[in-house]
Design a protein around this ligand. Sequence first.
Ligand code: ATP
Length: 236
Amino acid sequence: MSLLSLHNLGVRFGGLRAVSDVSLTVEQGQIFGLLGPNGAGKTTLVNMISGLIAPTEGSITFADEAGGPWPIDQAVRRGIVRTFQQTRAFLGLTVRENLRIAGIAAASAPPTDELIAAFHLEPVLDRPAGDLNYATLRHLGIALALSLRPRLLLLDEPAVGLTGAEVDRLAQLIRDWNGRGVTVLLIEHNVRFLMALSHRVAVLDRGRLLFQGTPAECRANPQVIDVYLGRSAEHA
Ligand SMILES: Nc1ncnc2c1ncn2[C@@H]1O[C@H](COP(=O)(O)OP(=O)(O)OP(=O)(O)O)[C@@H](O)[C@H]1O
């Protein structure tokens, strides 16, 4: 069953067509990976789906409801929640306070205790978010998004800046929450991480959809290798 469908989605910024004519479907329960070179339009696409910017062309259907994308508050209410490349938390407030505030915004009771345990936040609950180390702050960003009880979680480069062990732990957390029914759309330059996690992948290039299919098909696709994977395809 499809959860999210993009229909010819596109946006112009003045004369620049940042995203053009993108149509794809994310199935309920999938981890869907989005790859592409710098400036390909990945974040812009997620900005449109999550209601941060309005498309100039096309539309989305979410959970059988046509007429999206919706403004960000309405998107969150429907269960579309995103994280950012730079974690957005209230840095002067404690982890506990950040989780409490996110919980107020949640449509139903947030799974706060489970999130604290899963993301190992217990030892830092009373520390200001601004004092957290980089990896823990990134965990907090994802925990805050999950506290809104998303049906679709949009993760924008969650592994950037993490060590190998931290990336492995993050992969396990994403798998665990996906296993609990959260569909995931993942943008990531770490090809190995993305390919290992994703059930299906798409590649954007200069705002257009170059490819979509399974990770194995992606690794073998000559155009994708040429434009993006290059020799890293051998190791992905
Ligand atoms: N608000 C904006 N105004 C004007 N141009 C923008 C705006 N946001 C993005 N762009 C441009 O749109 C294009 C796509 O950018 P985007 O950030 O979506 O790419 P990306 O694939 O996410 O790149 P990266 O992997 O580097 O994060 C780029 O040319 C970028 O400069």
